[in-house]
Design a protein around this ligand. Structure first.
Ligand SMILES: [Ca+2]
Length: 436
């Protein structure tokens, strides 16, 4: 059975590539996609994910018409996208302010930052302005969840036939936090993995609202933070942790008292079956592992991706061209690091690994991953260090922070070749070297 995941994301160019890898991987059942501020505003995140899903629908049709070998590709998951609903609230002087509640629009407490310097204002390298042919004309009606469902039902009653084009996704009027809690509540305890590749505001709000329900998660896998390496946005901070340091701290704190192995799992199962809170298995993929191992060289893009002419490749080549331009001109490097997609490759491997967790982490033979458990906390107030990861390196019982330690499983190494080969093969059918 495929591993069920909830994807919490702020698309974002590398988020888009990560989502493609998830949807191209039959080991994963992407149950829900929830949206958050970060690279861009949350409504842009919704527009971008709807755009991606529409492109994939075109790609599936294109593959069917051209007799592709793998007819199921990209269609094994049918995620629900949490687009939320419009709300109205009284504003000054009798006017009414209407806003859409899709997912967290801003960080819990700190000043908002976007990554438009890398992803463009719209999150996809200004795609919607420079290449409007990729933007589905009905994207706005698609996020009118309830109306869209009603329209489909009416059409069905009237014509007594199914809606002409089955969609690859559905939408829900539940905003992100409600959808996350809904999925965790409905599924058996400890079966759903949350994959968080944006700022952690939605997850922190879900923990605050219903900690016991959140404890039903099997694992929270986060792309974020920098432990022993420089940040990518400030000297000490990785973007997702900088964008909402308070939320990052809350989610890492959910690992407080986590005990790896069977004894810990039994205790958590008992607590959750009694409706209580339990420590959460938090796995962090920091820049330490992601920076070096998630690169897609510009030469690979030029040689293998740019010449492709499928609906999907034309879309991805357009957004990747924007990112490569930033990498080359602004950063002076001839590659793009796609952290989010790299983290998704770990999610795929976790469905294969039968290794059980040991106290000091695990390593997956032949897959290149290794992890260590660490007490990691996040600086929330520093003027120069906001979003910095602070690891307790001290030893001895009197030198640790009071109480049970945070116990975050930190990925310290991954295999670049394995990631790159898998990504190219699964998403674009480009075989560099075979990967299992
Ligand atoms: Ca992201």
């Amino acid at each position: 059975m495929a591993t069920p995941i909830i994807l919490d994301t702020d698309p974002g160019i590398d988020d888009t590539l990560a989502t493609l890898l998830a949807l191209a991987s039959p080991e994963l059942d992407v149950r829900a996609i929830t949206l958050v501020h970060g690279n861009t505003r949350v409504l842009n995140s919704a527009k971008n994910i709807i755009t991606l899903m529409s492109i994939l629908e075109q790609q599936i049709q294109y593959s069917a018409e051209s007799g592709a070998e793998d007819s199921r590709k990209f269609s094994t998951s049918h995620p629900v996208i949490a687009v939320g609903v419009y709300h109205s609230r009284p504003y000054c002087k009798g006017t009414v302010n209407t806003f859409r509640h899709t997912g967290a629009e801003k960080p819990l407490e700190s000043e908002q930052v976007f990554a438009d310097y890398f992803h463009g204002i719209d999150g996809l390298g200004e795609l919607h302005t420079t290449h409007p042919e990729f933007t589905p004309s009905d994207w706005q009606s698609l996020i009118q969840a309830e109306k869209a469902v009603v329209a489909d039902v009416k059409a069905h009653l009237h014509t007594n036939s199914l809606p002409a084009k089955p969609r690859l996704f559905t939408t829900t009027s539940r905003p992100a936090v409600e959808e996350i809690l809904h999925q965790l509540r409905e599924a058996p305890a400890h079966t759903i993995t949350i994959v968080a590749i944006g700022p952690l505001t939605n997850l922190a709000q879900a923990i605050r609202r219903e900690p016991a329900t959140f404890s039903r998660v099997k694992r929270v896998l986060i792309l974020g933070g920098a432990i022993d390496v420089p940040g990518n946005t400030t000297p000490h901070a990785e973007f997702n942790f900088l964008a909402d340091p308070h939320a990052a701290q809350i989610v890492l704190q959910a690992s407080h008292g986590f005990v790896p192995g069977e004894v810990g799992a039994a205790a958590r199962a008992k607590a959750v079956s009694e409706g209580n809170e339990a420590p959460v298995h938090v796995t962090l993929v920091p820049l330490d592992a992601a920076e070096q191992s998630s690169k897609i060289p510009y030469s690979i893009y030029l040689m293998h991706l740019l010449p492709l002419t499928t609906p999907l490749s034309r879309f991805t080549s357009t957004i990747m061209a924007y990112a490569y331009d930033v990498c080359i001109r602004r950063f002076g490097v001839d590659y793009m690091a796609v952290y989010d997609a790299f983290a998704m490759s770990l999610v795929v491997d976790l469905t294969k690994s039968e290794l059980t967790l040991a106290e000091d982490g695990w390593s997956a033979e032949g897959m290149g991953w290794s992890s260590q458990f660490m007490d990691v906390r996040v600086e929330t107030e520093g003027t120069l260090t906001r979003g910095m990861c602070c690891r307790d390196r001290r030893v001895g019982p009197n030198r640790v922070w009071p109480g049970n330690a945070h116990n975050v499983e930190v990925i310290v190494a991954g295999d670049h070749k394995r990631f790159l080969n898998r990504f190219m093969e699964r998403v674009f059918d480009v075989v560099l070297e075979q990967v299992q």
